[in-house]
Write a protein that binds this ligand. Structure first.
Ligand code: SF4
Length: 388
C-alpha cells in the first residue's frame, strides 16, 4: 500500500514560524530570525520551497478542503504568499473550503487581496483577547489595534466567512466576558473558544509553578463556559463541537473531517496525516525534514498503524465532542464481543450520566450536554476503561 493512500482528502499545510512564542503555546512553532528582515525572509523562503517539494508528491490527489495553519501563515510576505498559493492552485480546484489562519499583526490589505485572489474563502483570526494587557502578559505580538484593523479589512471587503479564536483562562473573569461580548459584536461566522490548557512544556506552566500567575478555578471556568454557550446560542451560533460555534452553514468543513475521523494529508514540519488507517507524522526537526526532501523522500518521521480498537477509541473520543455524538449500538456491539459484564456496566454508566445531566440519547446516539462537554475527558476515559 502506498504511503499516499487513494481517497479524496483534506489537506493541511503547516507554517511553523511566528513573530514570538506565546507563553501558553505548545504547538510546533518557533520565532523566526527576528533581528534582520532579510534573514527572516530567507529562512521562510527556504521552508516554502521545501513545502512545495513535499506537495509535489501529492500531484494526483484531489482535495476537498485546504487549511493553511501554524504557527502564523500570515507571516509570509507578499511574494512568498504568491509563491505558495500559486503552487497550490492545481490542488485548489473545486474545493469546498479554503482556509488560512492569520495573526492580526502581520495581516494587511495587500495580503488579503492576494489570498482572496487565489480562492481562499475562509479566514481564521488568532485574537485570544481584546485586552492589550492580557496579550502582553502572554507574550503575544498582536495588539488590539491590529485586531480591529484586520477585521476592518474583512468588513471593508465584505468577507463574511471568518473565525475568531478566543482563549478562556488567560484573563480574569470579567475581562473574558468583555472578550466574548466584543467577539460577538464583530459578527464572525464562526467562533472557537479554547479553554486554557496548561502544558508542562510551556513558559506559562513555569510561571504558574513559580507562583507568578494565578489561574481561574474550575468552578469559574465552568461558569464562564456555561455563560458562553448560552450567550452564543442566543446570538445565533450553533454549538457543534466542544470548542466551536458557527452560524448556520458556516461549520468548518475541514475540521469536521478531523472530528468525524475522515482521512487527511498534512504537509510541513511535524504535520500529521491520517491515511488508510495509518497515522503518519512528519519529521519535527527542520534539518531532518529538509534532508529527507532533498533526498527525494517523503519527510516521514513516524508511522503508526491504527488497529480496530484504536480506531474505535479515537472515533469515540472525537465524535463525542461534536453535537453529532456517537452511535450507542456500535459501543454495545463492541462490548458484547468482549464480555457481558462490560455491557451491563456501560448501560449502568449511561443511565447515571444521563440522570445527572451529562448526556442525552437522541436517535440512538449518545450526545453530551454542555455540562457533559466540560467533563468529557473524565467520562470518555471511563468508556475507554470498559473498552480495554
Ligand atoms: S502565534 Fe499561535 S502558534 Fe505562534 S506562538 Fe502564539 S499561539 Fe503559538
Amino acid at each position: 500500500m502506498s504511503v499516499l493512500g487513494s481517497e479524496t482528502l483534506s489537506l493541511y499545510i503547516h507554517i511553523p514560524f511566528c513573530k514570538r512564542k506565546c507563553y501558553y503555546c505548545d504547538f510546533l512553532s518557533f520565532p523566526v530570525g527576528v533581528s534582520k528582515k532579510n534573514q527572516e525572509n530567507n529562512q521562510i523562503e527556504e521552508y516554502v520551497d521545501f513545502l512545495i517539494k513535499e506537495l509535489s508528491f501529492y500531484k494526483k490527489k484531489k482535495f476537498k478542503t485546504i487549511y493553511i495553519g501554524g504557527g502564523t501563515p500570515s507571516i509570509l510576505n507578499e511574494s512568498l504568499l504568491i509563491k505558495l498559493l500559486s503552487n497550490l492552485r492545481e490542488y485548489a480546484r473545486g474545493l469546498k473550503e479554503y482556509t488560512m489562519e492569520i495573526n492580526p499583526e502581520s495581516f494587511t490589505r495587500d495580503k488579503f487581496d492576494i489570498i482572496s485572489s487565489f480562492g481562499v474563502n475562509r479566514i481564521s483570526i488568532g485574537v485570544q483577547s481584546f485586552s492589550d494587557m492580557v496579550l502582553k502578559s502572554v507574550n503575544r505580538s498582536t495588539r488590539v489595534k491590529d485586531i480591529f484593523n484586520s477585521i476592518g479589512i474583512l468588513k471593508e471587503k465584505k468577507f463574511e466567512n471568518f473565525n475568531i479564536d478566543l482563549i478562556m483562562g488567560i484573563q480574569g473573569r470579567n475581562q473574558y466576558l468583555d472578550d466574548l461580548n466584543m467577539a460577538v459584536k464583530l459578527m464572525p461566522s464562526h467562533l472557537s473558544i479554547y479553554l486554557l490548557h496548561l502544558s508542562e512544556q510551556t513558559v506559562y506552566y513555569k510561571m504558574y509553578r513559580n507562583g507568578k500567575i494565578r489561574l481561574l478555578d474550575d468552578d469559574t471556568m465552568a461558569e464562564l463556559y456555561a455563560i458562553s454557550c448560552d450567550y452564543l446560542a442566543k446570538s445565533g451560533y450553533k454549538h457543534y463541537e466542544i470548542s466551536n460555534f458557527a452560524k448556520s452553514g458556516y461549520e468548518s468543513i475541514h475540521n469536521l473531517n478531523y472530528w468525524l475521523y475522515g482521512d487527511y494529508v498534512g504537509i510541513g514540519l511535524g504535520a500529521v496525516s491520517k491515511i488508510d488507517n495509518r497515522r503518519i507524522t512528519n519529521e519535527k526537526i527542520l534539518k531532518k525534514y529538509y534532508e529527507k526532501l532533498s533526498n527525494g523522500e517523503l519527510p516521514v518521521g513516524n508511522i503508526e498503524y491504527l488497529n480496530r480498537d484504536k480506531q474505535m477509541r479515537e472515533r469515540l473520543m472525537l465524535m463525542l465532542r461534536t453535537s453529532r455524538g456517537f452511535e450507542i449500538k456500535e459501543i454495545e456491539d463492541t462490548l458484547k464481543m468482549k464480555n457481558n459484564g462490560r455491557l451491563k456496566n456501560f448501560k449502568k454508566m449511561l443511565e447515571i450520566i444521563m440522570k445527572n445531566g451529562y448526556a442525552k440519547v437522541r436517535n440512538g446516539r449518545i450526545l453530551f450536554t454542555e455540562k457533559g462537554f466540560l467533563s468529557s475527558n473524565y467520562i470518555i476515559s471511563e468508556f475507554f476503561d470498559l473498552l480495554n
